[in-house]
Design a protein around this ligand. Structure first.
Ligand SMILES: [Fe+2]
Ligand SMILES: [Fe+2]
Length: 401
């Protein structure tokens, strides 16, 4: 015990005569040197106690907690987030996060606030920038419905792909290539905002992590599909501009609108047409599995943007701002819908071969286009953003107009 105590109390920052790796390390050193008064004091107190062999046991004092007052029970599905959130003390999500600490909502924390560090990266203090009323159920569903790209897809049927006519094989590989290019932005975008969200909105953070895991699996499954089917084909420069808008949206709600409601919504519509697009049973299974994940991401986006507008103190101004963002987002999105690497392989697959791509194939893509736009407008309606008059996306495909 004595050795441990001395070790803890003797703990020092890196001596300054060691060469620094760069400015960032210097800043880090200065900042923790600067706050040493607080953390050094805690270290000293605890070290001294341990050196004497004493216990604190203050953590056994339940005053100020809901200890034994708020017993929860599992429901028929097990012990869900909804079950543990039933008592107000645990389930009430504050409108404004009360602080920027790591401490859990519902724990005994107030008396320690002045000795805990502020996490300056926690900047989204308003719940309604990120909250959605279905976020707990979506998290539970996400965890329950995880699948494995390695074994849940019937890869042993891969010869069905290898035997496809060359044009169909190329088209399906190009669709898979295009999907590998887009899937990961749906993880990058929540990742960008996740660490700005304070701990009091933990359910949102947890849901975002499931979305990232889902997108990692989508990246995995489409990459595997492309490579086993012959190889990866062409990148789509037009689409990358749409991805850039998603990542650079000025706030989380706008990013969520562009990613979950517009882009993922369109991917969802395409996956739902998987039955017609997929040339093999193996491909149909991939679309079926990814579809259920995308449905959750879209559902979060719809409920989150709706909640943002419903709760906004100046709804008219918030709506107009979102319209202004959507004006750009839709136009940039059009770069995707016009990319040959996207439209043409779909036309080959829907037409049943290159021979019918310009006839039956483009007709099929035009129908898909109608569906993409009308379902997007329906989602906008659901959040209370009427884009019917203002939508900058053509309602019908250019060749069908
Ligand atoms: Fe995805
Ligand atoms: Fe997604």
């Amino acid at each position: 015990m004595a050795n441990l105590g001395r070790g803890v109390t003797d703990l020092k920052l890196t001596p300054s005569d060691i060469p620094l790796a760069g400015d960032d390390l210097a800043r880090f050193e200065t900042s923790f040197e600067h706050t040493k008064e607080v953390w050094g004091e805690l270290l000293e107190e605890n070290g001294n106690r341990l050196q004497k062999g004493n216990l604190s046991l203050h953590w056994m004092n339940t005053e100020g907690s809901a200890w034994n007052k708020s017993r929860v029970k599992p429901s028929s599905r097990g012990l869900t987030l909804m079950d543990i959130n039933r008592p107000d003390v645990y389930g009430t999500v504050p409108k404004i996060a009360p602080h920027r600490k790591f401490a859990s909502r519902g724990s005994i924390r107030d008396q320690y606030l002045n000795r805990m560090p502020d996490v300056s990266d926690y900047t989204i203090m308003d719940r309604d920038e990120v909250w959605a009323d279905n976020v707990e159920t979506l998290y539970e569903e996400a965890v329950a419905r995880q699948w494995k790209a390695t074994t849940d897809v019937p890869w042993d049927e891969y010869e069905d792909i290898v035997k496809l006519p060359e044009d169909i094989r190329l088209a399906s590989a190009q669709v898979a290539t295009f999907l590998t290019e887009v899937e990961f932005v749906a993880a990058d975008m929540p990742a960008k905002w996740l660490y700005h969200i304070p701990q009091d909105f933990l359910e949102v953070k947890m849901f975002m992590v499931t979305q990232m895991m889902d997108e990692a699996r989508h990246q995995e499954v489409f990459r595997k599909r492309a490579i086993i089917g012959g190889g990866l084909l062409h990148a789509s420069p037009g689409f990358e501009w749409a991805l850039k808008v998603i990542l650079e949206a000025p706030n989380h709600t706008m990013g969520s609108f562009m990613l979950n409601l517009l882009a993922e919504g369109m991917v969802l519509t395409i996956f739902r047409s998987g039955e017609m697009i997929a040339p093999t049973q193996l491909d149909k299974e991939i679309f079926r599995l990814t579809l259920q994940d995308e449905a959750r991401h879209v559902s979060y986006g719809v409920m989150q943007v709706k909640n943002y507008l419903d709760k906004h103190p100046d709804r008219a101004a918030a709506t107009e701002e979102l319209h202004r963002f959507a004006d750009i987002a839709e136009q940039v999105m059009l770069t995707t819908l016009t990319e040959p690497t996207v439209i043409e392989p779909l036309a080959v697959l829907l037409g049943g071969g290159i021979k019918y791509a310009e006839t039956k194939g483009l007709d099929g893509v035009a129908k898909l286009w109608d569906m993409l736009i009308s379902e997007y407008l329906q989602r906008c309606d659901r959040v209370g953003l009427d884009r019917h008059a203002r939508c900058t996306l053509p309602r019908t495909a250019p060749w069908a107009a």
